[in-house]
Design a protein around this ligand. Sequence first.
Ligand code: SAM
Length: 159
Amino acid sequence: MNIKLVVVGKLKERYFKQGIAEYAKRLSRFCKFNIVEVPDEKAPESLSQSEMDQVMAKEGAHILDKIKEREYVYALAILGQERSSEEFAKEIADLTTYGHSDITFVIGGSLGLAPEVLKRADTQISFGRFTLPHQLMRLVLSEQIYRAFMINEGSPYHK
Ligand SMILES: C[S@@+](CC[C@H](N)C(=O)[O-])C[C@H]1O[C@@H](n2cnc3c(N)ncnc32)[C@H](O)[C@@H]1O
């Protein structure tokens, strides 16, 4: 199985890099785990709504360039659907059973994801109503993907 994260912006902090590298290493037992970064557009605080829409649209176009038709896409969105870790693990197992071997997760930039990206997504997933910084979201998502594989394996990692 191929799991890809398409994310806006670069990882800057060393502690995030180390955390994600750890989960990427653990995940290598279960899947090909790949992170694709697309550039973030400059978004000063003074932008008008239409300028913000343009920033999101540009980032969205870069994101969509990285997604192939066969990929099953999760958009990470605060207003998406919440799941438990167990429900998420079952979803991943079901996707595999039904022949989806390419699963992609998309994390937006500071302004969020463009409507075009949300439209392309097969589903929207929320980690609750808190707004998490995109770098931290990447780490939390990596851990939850790892947790899903551990749940599906029946490992005591998930209690
Ligand atoms: C700093 S947040 C963007 C905040 C923006 N105001 C919004 O509403 O999307 C950056 C990205 O992290 C992801 N994200 C942050 N918190 C999230 C949450 N609680 N659930 C799902 N995704 C989240 C989303 O992909 C979001 O586009």
